[in-house]
Ligand binder design. Sequence first.
Ligand code: GAR
Length: 187
Amino acid sequence: MKKIAVFASGNGSNFQALVDAVKVGTLQAEIGLLVSDRSSGAVLDRAQKETIDYFCISPRDFADKTEFEMEIVQQLKSRAIEFIVLAGYMRLIGSTILQEYPESIVNIHPSLLPAFPGKDAIGQAIDAGVQVSGLTIHYVDAGMDTGPIIAQKEIEILPDDTKEELQKKIQQAEHVMYPEVLQELFS
Ligand code: GAR
């Protein structure tokens, strides 16, 4: 079974969906570690409640990005982590982690990439007035939401949809699709 680490910065609803999928057996993987770049947040409470090993790390405690990522890599290797799943991790992955985990890092993003990369993808879609947005699961490269696309799902935006309503629709779809796509990758 693949031993994975989930990287998350905030709420962690996708982390929870992955944990739940592992529990019911639809995702055959072991979540060996949660990595967060914040020292508090709902995702940490979730990891504690689920008794999943977690590790918080702030880039401010390191001289540069290389040293920051070297520490992360050391933590991953010490737990024999084979694959990295980004789930709301709001930081670019740098060359140190990319070199250690070639073709073994995936991300989920709440838009139909290449449209609306970066922060606040859902707000960007609402502001642009598009009628369809969605979600993308992709391999991670050095760019911002630019790696090879694995799967996408379209979500209709109704004329009176608020940002919150669109976020709810996209996240509901993310929670179903992320475990399914990972299971396909691992099997
Ligand atoms: C998710 O919707 C994910 O697609 C997005 O952050 C949210 C995290 O929610 N990721 C990005 O925007 C990455 N660029 P969660 O913490 O509840 O899983």
